[in-house]
Each structure stands twice: as C-alpha cells, then as structure tokens.
Design a protein around this ligand. Structure first.
Ligand code: FAD
Length: 500
C-alpha cells in the first residue's frame, strides 16, 4: 500500500453528473482538490454515438456483474468513464415538477415529500441550465414549473416527422413540447466537457483516472473519514483529505459505504439508520415503436415531450407519467438493451436491416415514477453485490402505455400516408437498465429515516458528503440528470462556505 504524500482539502470520488459538476464548482476556490475516477477519459460526445457502437452494447456495461433478486448475475448498463453516465446519455435536462417535491398519492402507494421544495432548487436549476447550455422553451405544458429565467438557448427544432406528429397532437387538445437539451459546440454537453475538463484548468485540481475507490477508513471514533483507499492498476493507495464527497452513482456509492463497515460503523459507514442502500428506484421505462412509410434521417435527438398524463387521466386520478420520443433509435443506448423489440420488428419487417428500421420508425419512451420501497435495495451477500429490485406502481405504467397506444392510433388515423402499419412493438426495460437509478442514501431531517442531512452530508460522519443521484427521496417521472446537477451546485455552495 502506498500512502499518497499530498493532503487534500477535498476528495471527490466519481466524475458523473454529480461529481463532475461539483469539481467545476469548487475548482476556483484554489483549494487542493483530488478527483478519483475508476474509468478513463473518452472525448467522444454521446451525440456522436452511432449504431456500430451503440449496438455493441457490452462496452457500456460495467465490467463486473451485479446480482438480481434471484441471485442471477447481470451486467448493468452503467458507464465507468470520466463524465460517468453522462457520456452516453441523451442530454434531456428536465426540471422536476413542483408537485414532485410534495407527497403524492400514486396508484401503487405514496411518493414521499422532499424536505426541500421546488423553490429551493429553482436557482440551481437555472444555474445548471446555464452551465450545461440547455436549449429549450417554456411552453404551454400543464405541468411546467415556474422558471425565474428563460432557457439560455432556443429550443432544438423537431425532425419533420415529429413536427407533424406534434401538430396532430395539438389539434387533439394535447400539449406536446420541445424537450430541453444540453448542447454545446461538439454535441451534447456532459460532465466531462462541462465539469471535469474546465475544473482541471485550475492547477489546484488533480484527476486520477482508473482509480477505483474500494474502501473508506474512519478515525477511531468513527466521526470522520480519514482516508480513501483506491486501486490504481495493481497498486493500492491511501489518499488523505479534510472533506470526502461520494459521487459514484446511487448503486456504487451505497455499495462503497456498506463495504467500508468497521467497528464503529458495523452495518456500513453512515448506516446507523439501516437506510444505506434501501429505497432504490430506477423508474418504470417502456419503449413503443411506431413504423412509418416515408424515411426519416434515423439519427435525430429526443425533442418531443408530453406531460398531459403526468398527474393522471380523465378517468384515473393517479399519476401516469411522462412521454418523450426516443430520438433516432440508431443512437439510443438504452434502446439497444431491448432484444424483444428487435425480434418483433424483424417479424414485422423481415427484409429490413437496422438502418432501414431506424429510418422508418419513431420510438417513444414512456416513464412512470416507481416508489421507494425498503426492500428494493443494494447490499452485499458474500462478495457479491446484490441489487434487489421489484417494480412497483406497475398498473399506472401499463395505463400510460395503453393510453399512449390510443393516442398513436389516433395520430395514424389522421395521417394515413405516413403510417401504413398500426402495430406497435413495445418492450419494458430489463433489470440491467439502471440509467435512472437513484435513492439509496436519501436526504432528510430525521437521522432515523434518512442517510444525509439537507446539505447532503451524512448524519453520522461529519466530513462525508454524497452528491450523486443517491439523495433522491422519491423519483419523479421526468429524467433525473438536471436535478443531480442542480443539487451538486447547491451542495457546492454549502461547501464553498465551509472552505472559505
Ligand atoms: C444511456 C443513458 C441515457 C440517459 N439519458 C438521460 C437523459 O437524457 N437525461 C437525464 O436526465 N438523464 C439521463 N440518464 C441518466 C443520467 O445519466 C444519470 O441520472 C446521471 O448521470 C447520474 O449522475 P451520478 O453523478 O449519480 O452518476 P454517474 O453519472 O453514473 O457517475 C458516477 C461516476 O462514478 C464513477 N465511479 C463509480 N464507482 C466508483 C468507484 N468505486 N471509484 C471511483 N469512481 C467510481 C463512475 O465511473 C462514474 O464516472 C441516462 C443514463 C444512461 C445510462
């Protein structure tokens, strides 16, 4: 074991939406900051991913297996690289809705209230949208929360076929909108180009890649983390610092805390409440494909969203969820995880290759909030990382799917020249799709029921923070990325005060 001879003010572990953003926020303090990332630098943007990469999907899986409820191994779709999962994301950067911060009765149970409200996050959403160069438009969406400032850039135009679908939806009284997208000169913005790379311009920031943190060590009373143990190549290092920030993603941050159990923290670090690893959420996610006669470009971004069923439907008082187009299926990394849909598509279009399928289809993602359950959790069984997850709130999600199929049929009736088939292959996302994982270290005021306080500092260990998607007490039906970024900026302000 090598003990690093530097002493850091802050050690950040993980460089995704949370860690990468925080590194940039703290860089200008001049404080000595170490960033540890288990992946490597890849400069390609997610918008440059094309079929050959996307459908060789193993390269976007973790190299180690995780184990499901039954103890069966699976390789999760989670990307270890500088920028984390933002290197393969679609860049749809949505604000949670105001009511998402309140307690909401769902068909499948209660979605708990957040201890902070939309107004607390609003300034940070605005800061996040500026930083990640979000292109959008505040439109006539019944669920859109108030914005203190307009989006910094104009919305991205729809692919022609989506434009015409949107017009038909509007004529039917629905409210299609332009999805907010993070876009820079090189394509989609991510936590590498927007967070880590600018942070490294400050000499006080050091990045170590291929540095997998394997343990946290506390002092003898257990009140603070004293050292961070990481494997770099075959060598083990100890890094020492004043403040330690975990940002490994919801599953890996919880796993690290649990794995670091010691005499003072027998159930895992910061786990006095037995809440670390519990309440894992990942959204219910289905894709539906609509087949078209005229060809489209096959590679276009997600631009069209719809929230008319977000809080319910005319004969259903509970939330259903959010709908968005998948973008050209050529570039959609999540889509590539759904083999059943390809076998259905190839039966419907037997002589079509992937390219023709992509250019003659529009995909739709349907997302419904799942609820935090104590038994949906991350833990170790022997040396295996178990991810026990049983979907809940399923009826609401099925209703969203069937409601959307009705909407698609009415669009097809209105545009018979465009849609010559009215079958809609669909697929639910399997366990390995953990793209929207969150909730394993929720924040709250009560140390008995939460892991983090309102500043995302652990209740039990006074120099240990968590700034990834773990802190969510509930998952909304919109995508989580912007909220992870906004929260990292918010926690960054607390750390700036402390570092002064
Ligand atoms: C294919 C795909 C598409 C998506 N599209 C969207 C979208 O359009 N909009 C949206 O809002 N969200 C999207 N998401 C979700 C979004 O990417 C995540 O919500 C977000 O990245 C979570 O940020 P995070 O900081 O929690 O974790 P991550 O971004 O996953 O970052 C975790 C980081 O920690 C590193 N790490 C893990 N363990 C260790 C360790 N032990 N030691 C050192 N480093 C470690 C990882 O390598 C990684 O860099 C998508 C996700 C995927 C996979």
């Amino acid at each position: 074991m090598i003990i690093d001879d530097q002493y850091y003010d802050v050690i950040i572990i993980g460089t995704g939406a949370g860690g990468g953003t925080l590194a940039r926020k703290l860089a200008l303090t001049g404080k000595k900051i170490l960033v540890l990332e288990r992946g490597e630098l890849i400069y390609r943007e997610s918008s440059e991913l094309v079929e050959t990469e996307v459908f060789k999907k193993e390269q976007y899986h973790a190299p180690e297996p995780w184990y499901d409820n039954e103890g069966e191994p699976f390789y999760p779709q989670t990307h270890y690289a500088v920028g984390g999962n933002t290197k393969i994301w679609s860049g749809v950067l949505q604000r949670m809705r105001e009511r998402d911060f309140e307690q909401v009765q769902h068909q499948g149970g209660l979605s708990p209230a957040w201890p902070l409200k939309y107004q607390d996050f609003e300034p940070y959403y605005t800061e996040a949208e500026k930083l990640y160069q979000v292109h959008g438009k505040v439109e006539d969406d019944p669920t859109e929360p108030p914005h203190s400032e307009a989006y910094p850039f104009a919305e991205v135009a729809h692919e022609p076929i989506l434009q015409s679908i949107g017009e038909t939806l509007s004529k039917q009284g629905l409210h299609p909108t332009h999805l907010p997208l993070g876009l820079g000169d090189q394509g989609r913005t991510d936590a590498e180009d927007t967070g880590v790379t600018p942070a490294l311009e400050s000499e006080n920031v050091t990045l170590k890649t291929s540095a997998q943190v394997i343990l946290l060590h506390t002092n003898s009373s257990g009140s603070e983390v004293k050292a961070v143990e990481a494997k770099i190549g075959e060598q083990t290092y100890l890094f020492l610092g004043d403040i330690v920030v975990l940002a490994c993603g919801a599953v890996n941050s919880a796993a690290l805390l649990l794995r670091s159990a010691n005499e003072k923290h027998p159930k895992g670090i910061a786990n006095r409440s037995d809440q670390v690893g519990r309440n894992l959420m990942k959204q219910l996610l289905s894709v539906v494909v609509q087949l078209t006669s005229p060809a489209n470009s096959g590679s276009f971004p997600r631009t069209l969203g719809l929230n008319d069923f977000y809080w319910g439907d005319k004969d259903f008082p509970h939330p259903l969820g959010h709908v968005q187009n998948s973008g050209g299926i050529y570039q959609d990394v999540i889509f590539a995880e759904a083999p059943p849909i390809f076998s259905a598509l190839s039966k419907l279009m037997p002589n079509f290759g992937l390219r023709q399928l992509a250019t003659h289809s529009v995909g739709w993602w349907l997302k419904t909030e799942d609820l935090p359950h104590s038994n949906n959790r991350v833990y170790h069984l022997g040396n295996k990382l178990r991810v026990d997850y049983t979907p809940n709130n399923v009826e609401a999600h099925d209703r969203l799917v069937y409601r959307w199929l009705d909407v698609l049929k009415s669009v097809e009736q209105a545009q018979p020249n465009v849609f010559n088939r009215t079958t809609h292959p669909r697929s639910d996302m399997p366990i390995q799709v953990v793209a929207h994982q969150c909730g394993t270290c929720r924040f709250g005021e009560d140390p008995e029921t939460s892991v983090l306080n309102l500043d995302c500092r652990t209740h039990d260990v006074h120099n240990l923070y968590v700034v990834d998607s773990s802190f969510f007490p509930s998952h909304a039906s919109v995508s989580p990325g912007l909220t992870v970024i906004a929260n990292a900026l918010r926690v960054g302000d607390r750390l700036l005060e402390q570092l002064q």
